[in-house]
Design a protein around this ligand. Sequence first.
Ligand code: SF4
Ligand code: SF4
Length: 72
Amino acid sequence: MRIEVDLEKCTGCGICKEECPKGAKIWNVGKKAMVTNLRYCHVCTICASKCPEEAIRVIRDEPPEENEEKDL
Ligand code: SF4
Ligand code: SF4
C-alpha cells in the first residue's frame, strides 16, 4: 500500500500526525506532511478521513485477482 499527500492541498496543519495512532512513527510534518515510515501503518485511513484539506489518499494494494473471463 502507499499513502499519497497532495502537496498542493496540504497546509502542514499536523492533524494527520496527531490523529494517526502511530503518528510519531509514520508522519513527519513540517511545512508539508510527509510519510516517513509506512511499516507501522495499519491502513486504518484515519489520517485521510481527518485531513481537513482532503489531501491524503490511502491506497491499498489490490491482491492480484485471477479474473478468468467466464462465458458472458
Ligand atoms: S492533515 Fe492534511 S493538511 Fe494537515 S498536515 Fe496532514 S496532510 Fe497536510
Ligand atoms: S492509515 Fe492509519 S495508521 Fe496509516 S498513516 Fe493513516 S492514520 Fe496512520
